[in-house]
Design a protein. Structure first.
Lengths: 211, 116
């Protein structure tokens, strides 16, 4: 995420970091270190949503899904990201799309662990493989599933609900072809997912250039 | 509270649905599964298994304890999970005993299982 943030002029944290620096940062809640956690940021985001397209820059919400499995962590299911499976399935079903159709990802990365759980729950990485896949470039701008190219919550910044909205704002910029040096070639279909609470309340969106 | 609760084994008070029998650790005044408003306080044995554990290195403002705070999610034999402060040296899968004397009381670590 830090490498992606370097290409966004509005990102909160843009200085490059490497794995050794993350591991050497101070412990917060084991096994997470400071650099596994998103910062507390200032920021805002807004969307104009209309029933019909009002310009040729409009992006269609072709699928959406929501799920709520618990509030307090002690009531979480064994599969703690189960809500993401449910909401993503609803969204893909409504859009008549599947994970293989997706060319851009905006996924909630409040902590590195959250991102790994969500990528694996929705099916963009095999169970236990999200970290290895990231290291192999699967989620880079030129990888199979370009992810959070604005830097995500971890580096673009976490300003509460607007931090999650920034995931969608970048997806819209990518689908419009307006992401400048961060632009992915022909993303086609974007999948956006955020959660609230402690992996409690989930929402998924499928966004596409008007079809 | 029954006479059997006077022995040395710790007990945990839960909220139980009088209709479907489901237990809940967080008191709601109704059953979160079947929706019944008929719930009663119910005691179960406090033996549980550590399902997840973390060392917190930050403290909330005003917290009297110095970090790290070791917090576990401990799962009772019935499957109900409760969050409890535990001492160092424990790991996922360890069996411990906890006690909770009322629905609004925080669970308390008693010791590893069996009691030593």
């Amino acid at each position: 995420m830090r490498g992606h943030a370097a290409a966004h002029p509005g990102a909160h944290l843009r200085d490059p970091i490497d794995v050794e620096q993350v591991l050497a940062s101070r412990p917060i809640a084991s096994p997470l270190k400071l650099l596994d956690c998103s910062p507390i940021s200032d920021g805002a985001a807004a969307f104009v949503v209309s029933r019909t397209a009002i310009s040729d820059r409009c992006i269609a919400i072709t699928g959406w899904g929501e799920a709520h499995t618990h509030q307090h962590l002690s009531c979480a299911p064994d599969d703690v990201a189960l809500g993401a499976r449910h909401s993503a399935k609803l969204a893909f079903g409504r859009a008549q799309r599947n994970a293989g159709d997706v060319g851009y990802l905006g996924i909630y990365d409040s902590f590195t662990a959250t991102l790994a759980l969500l990528l694996e729950a929705v099916g963009f990485a095999a169970p236990g493989r999200a970290g290895c896949d990231a290291a192999d470039g699967r989620f880079s701008r030129d990888g199979r599933f370009p992810l959070n190219l604005h830097g995500g919550l971890l580096s673009y910044g976490h300003c509460g609900v607007a931090g999650g909205m920034a995931l969608a704002a970048e997806a819209v910029a990518q689908l419009r072809g307006e992401a400048g040096q961060r632009q992915v070639q022909s993303p086609g279909v974007a999948f956006v997912h955020t959660d609230g609470g402690v992996l409690s309340a989930h929402v998924s969106l499928i966004l596409e250039a008007a079809r | 509270v029954t006479s059997s609760m006077m022995d040395d084994v710790p007990w945990v008070i839960l909220e139980q649905c009088a209709e479907c029998g489901r237990n809940a650790a967080l008191p709601r005044g109704f059953c979160a599964v079947c929706g019944s408003p008929k719930v009663i306080s119910h005691a179960v044995r406090g033996r549980c298994t550590i399902w997840s554990i973390t060392h917190l290195h930050c403290s909330p403002k005003g917290d009297a304890h110095a970090p790290p705070h070791i917090i576990a999610l401990a799962r009772l034999d019935s499957g109900i999970a409760m969050m409890v402060r535990v001492p160092s040296g424990l790991a996922i899968g360890d069996q411990i005993n906890i006690e909770r004397t009322g629905l609004l009381t925080a669970p308390r670590f008693i010791g590893p299982h069996p009691l030593v």
